[in-house]
Design a protein around this ligand. Sequence first.
Ligand code: ZN
Length: 83
Amino acid sequence: MVGFCLKMSKNKKRVPMRTCIACRAVKPKEELVRLVYSPEGLVEIDTTGKRPGRGAYLCGRSECWERGAKRLGYVLTARNKKK
Ligand SMILES: [Zn+2]
Protein backbone atom coordinates (compact mmCIF):
# COMPACT_ATOMS: atom_id res chain seq x y z
CA MET A 1 0.00 0.00 0.00
CA VAL A 2 2.70 2.46 1.00
CA GLY A 3 4.79 1.58 -2.03
CA PHE A 4 1.81 2.20 -4.26
CA CYS A 5 1.25 5.65 -2.77
CA LEU A 6 4.88 6.60 -3.28
CA LYS A 7 4.72 5.59 -6.91
CA MET A 8 1.66 7.76 -7.43
CA SER A 9 3.26 10.85 -5.91
CA LYS A 10 6.36 10.44 -8.02
CA ASN A 11 4.28 10.76 -11.15
CA LYS A 12 3.20 14.25 -10.17
CA LYS A 13 4.88 17.14 -11.87
CA ARG A 14 7.56 18.80 -9.79
CA VAL A 15 6.49 22.29 -8.85
CA PRO A 16 9.18 24.74 -7.76
CA MET A 17 8.53 25.72 -4.16
CA ARG A 18 9.33 29.05 -2.55
CA THR A 19 9.08 30.39 0.98
CA CYS A 20 7.11 33.47 2.00
CA ILE A 21 9.58 35.70 3.87
CA ALA A 22 6.91 36.85 6.32
CA CYS A 23 5.09 33.70 7.46
CA ARG A 24 7.62 31.13 6.18
CA ALA A 25 4.90 29.18 4.40
CA VAL A 26 6.26 27.07 1.58
CA LYS A 27 4.08 27.32 -1.51
CA PRO A 28 4.31 26.70 -5.23
CA LYS A 29 6.13 29.53 -6.95
CA GLU A 30 3.06 30.60 -8.93
CA GLU A 31 1.09 31.24 -5.76
CA LEU A 32 3.61 33.70 -4.41
CA VAL A 33 4.50 37.20 -5.52
CA ARG A 34 8.12 37.77 -6.40
CA LEU A 35 9.79 40.95 -5.22
CA VAL A 36 13.07 42.05 -6.67
CA TYR A 37 15.71 44.28 -5.18
CA SER A 38 16.90 46.18 -8.20
CA PRO A 39 20.46 47.41 -8.77
CA GLU A 40 19.11 50.93 -8.16
CA GLY A 41 18.24 49.95 -4.63
CA LEU A 42 14.50 49.81 -5.11
CA VAL A 43 12.18 46.97 -4.25
CA GLU A 44 9.84 46.21 -7.10
CA ILE A 45 7.11 43.67 -7.71
CA ASP A 46 8.20 41.24 -10.37
CA THR A 47 5.14 40.14 -12.30
CA THR A 48 7.05 38.21 -14.96
CA GLY A 49 9.27 36.24 -12.57
CA LYS A 50 12.18 36.83 -14.89
CA ARG A 51 13.66 40.08 -13.71
CA PRO A 52 17.29 40.07 -12.71
CA GLY A 53 18.29 40.91 -9.18
CA ARG A 54 17.86 39.52 -5.74
CA GLY A 55 14.42 38.03 -5.25
CA ALA A 56 12.20 37.41 -2.28
CA TYR A 57 8.72 35.95 -2.14
CA LEU A 58 5.53 36.91 -0.34
CA CYS A 59 2.21 35.06 -0.26
CA GLY A 60 -1.09 36.83 -0.91
CA ARG A 61 -2.05 37.58 2.71
CA SER A 62 -2.19 41.29 3.54
CA GLU A 63 -0.71 40.46 6.93
CA CYS A 64 2.36 39.13 5.20
CA TRP A 65 2.65 42.23 3.07
CA GLU A 66 2.73 44.45 6.13
CA ARG A 67 5.28 42.30 7.87
CA GLY A 68 7.10 41.50 4.68
CA ALA A 69 7.54 45.14 3.71
CA LYS A 70 9.47 45.76 6.91
CA ARG A 71 11.47 42.59 6.65
CA LEU A 72 12.16 42.80 2.97
CA GLY A 73 14.66 45.60 3.06
CA TYR A 74 16.48 43.88 5.86
CA VAL A 75 16.43 40.46 4.24
CA LEU A 76 17.70 41.72 0.92
CA THR A 77 20.25 44.26 2.09
CA ALA A 78 21.68 42.22 4.97
CA ARG A 79 22.91 39.60 2.52
CA ASN A 80 24.65 42.29 0.47
CA LYS A 81 26.41 43.81 3.43
CA LYS A 82 27.79 40.63 4.90
CA LYS A 83 29.83 39.72 1.86
ZN1 ZN B 1 3.01 34.70 4.01
